[in-house]
Design a binder for this molecule. Structure first.
Ligand code: HEC
Length: 210
């Protein structure tokens, strides 16, 4: 009796290990055969998209909980400098009230969402966490390595107000024409209007032929 039962247990254990091994092999096959299409011209499967999204939201929420900075009222000066940083570092991907993201940013998968809508889903501490740490494997950069916390809180103060902001107010903040390419003006691809890829391109152009 005893031994029959333990044989059954052993059989089940071997079966489970076998199934796991097969799953592992199937996973390796996908990795090595190139079966998975990484093209950004393809949309994610809805299951993949759901898994990414949910993972991202839960991950940000649980980490941002540790940031306990009392919400302070955004002063006009904060908004001004937050706006000018937003327009020079975020707008080409995320657009703004009355301003579309650059055409090339629409080719990213996932596409950077319009923050004028998406920002409403996040608390300020979560926006701060995202801006500081970025989101791996999405193209959302981490701004922590290049900007101090004070600066990032200013962008956050500005971003938090985007959902309620009119295009006119958006256009009037952050030095207006300073960095922006003028409301709605389309940067021509390859033209001078796209500052982002410049550093790398410049350093390649500047280096002697390899
Ligand atoms: C190179 C393009 C790019 C730049 C520049 C960029 N982002 Fe993003 N951002 C993304 C992408 C891509 C995502 C991920 C979208 C997803 O996962 O659905 C994202 C996600 C976000 C999110 C989460 C939105 C959501 O609900 O999914 C916030 C908030 C955000 N970015 C804020 C910023 C801020 C603030 C800046 C400027 C300091 C900035 N981003 C600059 C591409 C960019």
């Amino acid at each position: 009796m005893e031994s029959a039962r333990s044989k059954l247990g052993l059989g089940a254990a071997i079966g489970a290990v076998g199934v796991l091994a097969l799953l592992g092999l199937a996973g390796l096959a996908v990795v090595y055969t190139g079966a998975y299409n990484v093209a950004a011209t393809e949309e994610h499967l809805s299951l993949t998209r759901w898994a990414f999204d949910t993972t991202m939201h839960r991950s940000v929420r649980s980490r941002a909980d540790a940031i306990t900075r009392a919400a302070e009222d955004a002063t006009p000066a904060m908004l001004e400098s937050g706006a000018s940083l937003y327009k020079s570092t975020c707008q080409h991907c995320h657009g703004g009230p009355g301003v579309e993201r650059e055409e090339w940013a629409g080719g990213m998968r996932p596409r950077p969402p319009h923050l004028a809508e998406a920002a409403a889903e996040w608390e300020p501490n979560e926006l701060f966490w995202i801006a500081k740490h970025g989101i791996r494997m999405t193209g959302m950069p981490a701004f922590g390595p290049s900007h101090d916390d004070e600066t990032l809180w200013k962008v956050v103060a500005f971003v938090a107000q985007l959902p309620a902001m009119t295009p006119e107010r958006y256009a009037s903040l952050g030095g207006g024409a300073g960095h922006g390419h003028g409301g709605g003006a389309h940067g021509s691809p390859g033209g001078m209007a796209t500052p982002a890829p410049a550093p790398e391109a410049a350093s390649q152009a500047g280096s002697p032929a390899r």
